[in-house]
Design a protein around this ligand. Structure first.
Ligand code: GLP
Length: 262
C-alpha cells in the first residue's frame, strides 16, 4: 500500500511511530490525505473503521476530499463494533452513526459497508460470520482506531483476559458513560452489551493508525506507548504490531512529553 507522508510530525517517546500534530484538525487532515492516497494507489482498499467523537473530523475531511473528486467507489469497510440488542436502524447504533457522519458523504457502495448486526438472533454466529467476511475480503489493509479513556480499542474492555476474535462483550460503566451521547445522554439506555472485533482481528490488519485527541486521552496514550503489555490497557497490545502509527494532537501527547522531558 502506498501511503502519503503526512505533515512532519514532532518526535515523541516510546517505540511506536508517534506523530504529534498541533491540533485535532491537523490530525484529521493528515489521516484523510493518507487514506485518499492509499485508495488512489489501491482502489479496492479494505478499511477498518471506528466510531466515537475522535474520528468525526476525519470523516468530515474524507467527505470534503470526495467533494473535491476523491473516488472511494472501490473501497470496502468493516466497522469495529456495534451495540447488542438494538436494530441497525436505531439512532444510537454505530451503523446510524457511520451513515450520518461518513457514508452519506462519500461514494463507498452500501453493499460494501460491513457491520456487526446488534439485532442478530444468534450473536455468537454473527461474530463468526463477521470474521469470515473479513477473511473473504482479503483482510483489512488499514485499520483506523480510536481509544477510550480506559484504554479499550473497539469494545475490547480492560479485563483479566482479552478475546482474540470477534465476540460478545459486557460494557464497563465508563464506556457506557462515554457513549451516552448517542442515547440522548441517558446512560441507563446505553446497551449493556456489544459485539466487537477481538484483539487478533484488529492486530491482523496490515497497517494500523490510532487517533487520539484531547487531554483526557493523555494518560492512556502514554501508558499505551511506554507502558507494559497488559490486559488492563488493551491498546498496549498494539506494541506487538509492526506497522502502527499513533496520531496525536498536542494535548493527547501531554503526558509523553513530561516523561521524555521534551
Ligand atoms: C467507543 C468505541 C471505540 C472508540 C471510543 C472512543 O467506545 N467503541 O472504538 O475508540 O468510543 O470514543 P471517543 O473518540 O468519543 O473518545
Amino acid at each position: 500500500m502506498t501511503v502519503e507522508q503526512p505533515d512532519t510530525p514532532a518526535p515523541a517517546a516510546g517505540g511506536a511511530r508517534t506523530m504529534i500534530f498541533p491540533d485535532a484538525a491537523a490530525v484529521a487532515r493528515a489521516l484523510a490525505r493518507r487514506i485518499a492516497a492509499a485508495v488512489e494507489a489501491t482502489p479496492a482498499l479494505v478499511l477498518g473503521l471506528p466510531t466515537g467523537r475522535t474520528p468525526l473530523a476525519l470523516y468530515a475531511e474524507l467527505g470534503r476530499l470526495h467533494a473535491e473528486g476523491a473516488d472511494f467507489s472501490g473501497v470496502t469497510t468493516f466497522n469495529l463494533d456495534e451495540f447488542l440488542g438494538i436494530p441497525p436502524s436505531h439512532p444510537g447504533s454505530y451503523r446510524s452513526f457511520m451513515e450520518a457522519h461518513l457514508f452519506r458523504h462519500v461514494n463507498i457502495p452500501t453493499e460494501r459497508h460491513n457491520f456487526l448486526d446488534g439485532a442478530a438472533a444468534d450473536p455468537e454466529r454473527e461474530c463468526a460470520r463477521y470474521e469470515r467476511a473479513i477473511g473473504e475480503a482479503g483482510g483489512i489493509d488499514l485499520q483506523v482506531l480510536g481509544i477510550c479513556t480506559n484504554g479499550h480499542i473497539g469494545f475490547n474492555e480492560p479485563a483479566r483476559e482479552l478475546q482474540s476474535r470477534t465476540h460478545r462483550v459486557t460494557l464497563t460503566a465508563e464506556t457506557r458513560r462515554s457513549n451516552a451521547g448517542l442515547f440522548g445522554g441517558d446512560i441507563a439506555t446505553v446497551p449493556a452489551e456489544a459485539l466487537s472485533m477481538g484483539m487478533a482481528s484488529i492486530l491482523g490488519a496490515r497497517a494500523i493508525v490510532l487517533l487520539a485527541t484531547g487531554a483526557a486521552k493523555a494518560s492512556c496514550v502514554e501508558r499505551m506507548v511506554n507502558g507494559p503489555l497488559t490486559t488492563d490497557l488493551p491498546a498496549s497490545f498494539l506494541q506487538l504490531h509492526q506497522d502502527v502509527d499513533i496520531m496525536l494532537d498536542e494535548p493527547a501527547a501531554g503526558q509523553m512529553r513530561k516523561r521524555s522531558g521534551a
